[in-house]
Design a protein around this ligand. Structure first.
Ligand code: HEC
Length: 194
């Protein structure tokens, strides 16, 4: 083998060998709070984006009614707000509890209003591999997933009723405790007939 052949061989082997040493050394990130892998976000982001844009169905945003967006708000409140936040309730969890952290979809930093509605629908339906983003295909109907996607596409200009729906408490407040010292409740005595 000539000088060129050896050079090529060494060159070809260096990267996988160094990569294996790095992975086996235990210094690669594993915990949620670890630093990201070299190029992790870039590689994952580009591959994901290319795949989704190829597969996502297309639908015109103008085909959704205000009623659709309000229905989407109700589903979102129940299925998504805990991770992705609600209007005026950013960062439900102060510290990142998962890596990558869920974007806060009702803040300017997290808006997906520039994405085609079909792309957001695809993410809701299929989830995002190797992240905390679940697939909702079995939890919501197809139309519900489209309605949520339409809600998020309009996140920066929501109709007031959708905002009201998003702000409803998730659980009704518990009934007030009985006044202390009160006698155990008994059915009220019937009123004497007049
Ligand atoms: C258990 C937490 C969790 C729940 C519940 C959840 N998600 Fe996510 N979601 C994530 C995480 C984590 C990511 C970030 C993935 C990434 O960075 O690639 C994400 C990403 C997304 C994205 C992509 C954002 C972007 O900037 O491209 C959208 C859209 C989304 N989720 C919508 C939803 C909707 C709608 C629901 C409810 C039907 C939902 N998610 C429920 C954790 C969650």
């Amino acid at each position: 083998m000539g000088k060129f052949g050896w050079g090529l061989l060494i060159g070809l082997l260096t990267f996988p060998v160094l990569g294996a040493i790095y992975l086996l050394s235990g210094s690669a990130p594993a915990a949620v709070t670890d630093h990201p892998f070299p190029f992790e976000r870039l590689i994952a982001g580009v591959a994901l984006g290319a795949h989704i844009h190829r597969d996502a169905p297309k639908r015109d945003l103008s085909s959704f009614t205000t009623a659709d967006i309000i229905a989407g708000a109700d589903s979102y409140r129940k299925g998504c707000g805990g991770c992705h936040g609600l209007p005026e309730v950013t960062r439900v969890r102060p510290e990142p509890a998962m890596y990558p952290p869920p974007p806060q979809l009702f803040t300017p930093d997290g808006y997906v209003t520039d994405d085609p509605v079909g792309v957001t629908y695809w993410k809701i339906k299929n989830g995002i591999r190797m992240t905390g983003m679940p697939s909702f295909e079995k939890l919501f109907t197809d139309e519900q997933m489209w309605q949520i996607a339409a809600l998020l596409a309009n996140a920066n200009k929501l109709p007031p009723q959708a905002l009201d729906t998003l702000k409803q408490p998730l659980f009704p407040p518990p009934p007030p405790p009985p006044p202390s010292g009160a006698a155990p409740s008994r059915p009220a005595a019937p009123k004497p007939a007049k």
